[in-house]
Write a protein that binds this ligand. Sequence first.
Ligand code: 5SP
Ligand code: FE2
Length: 252
Amino acid sequence: MLRLARLAASVPRLQARPTNSRHSMAYSAKIGPSILSSDLSCLGSECVRMMECGADYLHLDVMDGHFVPNITFGHPMVECLRKTVGQDPFFDMHMMVSRPEQWVKPMAAAGASQYTFHLEATTNPGNLIKEIRESGMKVGLAIKPGTTVEELAPWANQVDMALVMTVEPGFGGQKFMEDMMPKVSWLRSQFPSLDIEVDGGVGPDTIHKCAEAGANMIVSGSAVIGSDDPRSVIALLRTAVAEAIQKRSLDR
Ligand SMILES: O=C(CO)[C@@H](O)[C@H](O)COP(=O)(O)O
Ligand SMILES: [Fe+2]
């Protein structure tokens, strides 16, 4: 409890809301299974299965063995997945890579919809945001647990989505870090229409914390993929977020 209070106190004090926001639309509940937890030899059919179970988008975790201590896949895999699932599914690329600049064009060509890079991995976020947009993708900006929202805030009006990591990036199946919730609450208070994503350890047991804090894009790996009934888990997660959004709009 003491630790939570201390963390809550460490998030920035409320400031005037920025006026030049690019987020004019109201946000909605969206659930994106992380396919990292699936049988990697069947990624194509797993993506199709998740979409059939009601996923709103697919969260694809790219790891380079340098930014994080694990390796997954890169743009050649994305190109194959795009061919398998067709043009419609939204691919949110979670780029856990050093030098994210180098994969913007290959990922765009492969069919990525959104390029979510880590603030910790670049020295020039402004330029990278511009490059991603010029390549025709949406922009996501992620922060690791040790990075403050104060560092993300200056870029929030220029991106489509902010990702608050709720585990140390690198592996699926880790324990949800509840002490990241003050970051989400603060972002929601400052950027009322921003898409805010949480990623790591999110499932039926932890979704209410995320929803109450104001997250609306929910990544869930092991809780969805490992379930006997992924359709019900996806529906449960979406309902929790939709109810929190409705409550917030009534409270305003
Ligand atoms: O980016 C990551 C891990 O680095 C995530 O996307 C996880 O893959 C989510 O899996 P669960 O924690 O939900 O099992
Ligand atoms: Fe992820």
